[in-house]
Design a protein around this ligand. Structure first.
Ligand SMILES: Cc1cc2nc3c(=O)[nH]c(=O)nc-3n(C[C@H](O)[C@H](O)[C@H](O)COP(=O)(O)OP(=O)(O)OC[C@H]3O[C@@H](n4cnc5c(N)ncnc54)[C@H](O)[C@@H]3O)c2cc1C
Length: 508
């Protein structure tokens, strides 16, 4: 049987970082197992084609269970390709608010406060000319703001300023909320991911082995220690022995593999026919996602020439300054609607992201078959306050439109029509417009309490030789898109494995 010092399961946003960083030491051997294939294909690399990727084999094609709050199952896309969801995502690069990370630390994620994560965001990037207290140089990723924003985006910025919001020049520096143009991971017209920026340059190393089309089935645990992985490679069952396993299979894949390996709530495991090896009640619990309200369109009489993401965004704090943004409004210069909604040609769309959900869902076993999909339940709007905040988002769009910023497009606003409804009808319209913002996280959270899955060094509680490092360890979802934070987790994980730890000294 093969033996490696480190086996990294999942070559996604975090996993590529972990494999690349650990293999910097020529004295250790690293194996990366990825269920999907090569990311160097035209549809992945072309930023304009990101939406069509959901209908390809680069997506696991998961769906949520039918949601009581919406009456529907929702697509839950996850990348199945090197680079993971970072190879099929929309490329927006926002870190999250410093208070998000301070909140993590207050929940038991010691060392994951803003000062404890900032050096890892910095190490991931090369942003010459940025505020050096916050931005990094010399790192693999090159996030950039759009060169020439669409005029619709400019109108959005002006409207938000007139409605009383502040302009932000760099969301990834001192001011992490307000209105402005966010950065994207697009380099010379191509998608940039941790596969392209971290893994490819590292693949020439003799001590790094990358196996694609290799789906981990379960982790092997003997006498309380994880000592290897069983996996299916091009349809053939194989095993590998590991000094340490680092699970980076994402917020769905990581808890699913733990459960299949007998690590999770003992009663749930027994009911599914999996023999429990470690009773860890928090595995698969605490699932969080951001909701995106889609299909709020504004019919334009002027032609909307370009298609694609416009790039203007508002991260708004509407109920106090002691936490990160609660709402994220974006304008898109095309008709972005849900599959069941009628198309509205010649329209642009306001998308409303709800950034601090109170609802908590789960990832559970549907069966003991390692190739069966798990039950994914994000519990959209289970908590009443989440629905109220989405309604607040609709009002916020209306406030911005009413400044007159969009008058030059001379159209009719769907938001005003929504707000003209009675409360019951308005809530029904909001529930019908709910979709995923694709930011699943939290299912193997860091902490020290009984429901925590990993300790602050990302070690699975109760099992030796096993860590989790991906979006599933977030105690609460950051109040921004989740890719940059997942990459930071990969960076910090590699240092924790190597027994190192950086902290920013003086920055708030
Ligand atoms: C459609 C879409 C749009 C998004 N848009 C944005 C955006 O614009 N900006 C942003 O910041 N975030 C965005 N996100 C979210 C962001 O991409 C994710 O939060 C982030 O990529 C998560 O990183 P991760 O490492 O936790 O998991 P992933 O990147 O999903 O990596 C998990 C990897 O593990 C592999 N894997 C899973 N199970 C197994 C197994 N059993 N064996 C072997 N390999 C396995 C998967 O194939 C995958 O490669 C979007 C996500 C999606 C799906």
């Amino acid at each position: 049987m093969d033996k490696f010092d480190f086996v990294v399961v999942g070559g996604g946003s975090a996993g590529c970082v972990v494999a690349a960083r650990l293999s910097e030491d020529p004295g250790v051997s690293v194996l990366l197992l990825e269920a999907g294939g090569d990311e160097r294909r035209a549809d992945v690399m072309d930023p304009a084609r990101w939406e069509e990727l959901q209908d390809t084999d680069a997506n696991w094609g998961f769906e949520t269970v039918v949601q009581a709050g919406t009456g529907r199952a929702h697509p839950a896309p996850r990348g199945r390709v090197l680079g993971g969801s970072g190879s099929i995502n929309c490329m927006t690069h926002l870190r999250g608010h410093r208070l998000d990370f301070d909140h993590w630390a207050s929940l038991g994620a010691k060392g994951w406060d803003h000062a404890g994560v900032l050096p890892y965001f910095q190490r991931s990037e090369h942003v010459p000319g940025g505020d050096p207290r916050y931005r990094g140089t010399g790192g693999p990723l090159r996030p950039r703001a759009p060169g020439e924003p669409h005029r619709l985006g400019e109108a959005f910025v002006q409207g938000a300023l007139s409605a009383g919001h502040r302009r932000t020049g760099d969301f990834n520096a001192a001011e992490m909320s307000g209105v402005g143009h966010p950065e994207s991971l697009v380099l010379d017209g191509s998608r940039e991911s941790t596969a392209t920026a971290y893994l490819r340059p590292a693949m020439a190393r003799k001590n790094l082995t990358v196996r694609t089309q290799s789906t981990a089935l379960r982790l092997t645990v003997r006498d309380g220690r994880c000592d290897g992985v069983e996996y299916l490679r091009d349809g053939v069952r194989e095993s590998v022995s590991a000094g340490e396993v680092i699970l980076c299979a994402g917020a769905v894949g990581s808890p699913h593999r733990l459960l299949l390996s007998g690590i999770g709530p003992a009663d749930e495991l027994a009911a599914a026919g999996v023999e429990p090896v470690c009773d860890l009640p928090g595995v698969g619990r605490n699932l969080q996602d951001h909701i995106l309200l889609a299909g709020i369109r504004y019919h334009a009489r002027r032609p909307l020439t370009a298609t694609g993401m416009d790039g203007a965004t508002l991260l708004a704090r509407t109920d106090g300054a002691d936490h990160g943004p609660d709402l994220n409004l974006c304008v898109m210069n095309f008709d972005y609607h849900l599959s069941w909604q009628q198309p509205a040609p010649d329209s642009f769309t306001f998308a409303i992201g709800h950034m601090r959900p109170a609802s908590r869902g789960s990832v559970r076993l549907a069966s003991a078959d390692p190739l069966a999909a798990p039950l994914i339940d994000p519990a959209y709007v289970r908590e009443r306050g989440d629905l109220d905040e989405l309604v607040r988002g609709v009002e916020l769009v209306d406030e911005i439109v009413r400044t007159g910023a969009f008058d030059e497009w001379d159209g009719r606003s769907d938001t005003t029509a929504m707000l003209g409804l009675g409360r019951t009808e308005l809530e029904r319209a909001v529930r019908e417009s709910i979709s995923s913002y694709f930011h699943l996280s939290g299912t193997a959270r860091i902490g020290t309490d009984d429901e925590a899955v990993v300790d602050p060094d990302l070690r699975v509680r109760g099992i030796d030789g096993l860590r989790v490092a991906d979006a599933s360890v977030m105690p609460t979802v950051v109040s921004a898109n989740t890719n940059a934070a997942s990459i930071m987790i990969g960076e910090k994980a590699a240092d924790l494995v190597r027994g190192r730890c950086l902290r920013a000294s003086s920055v708030r």
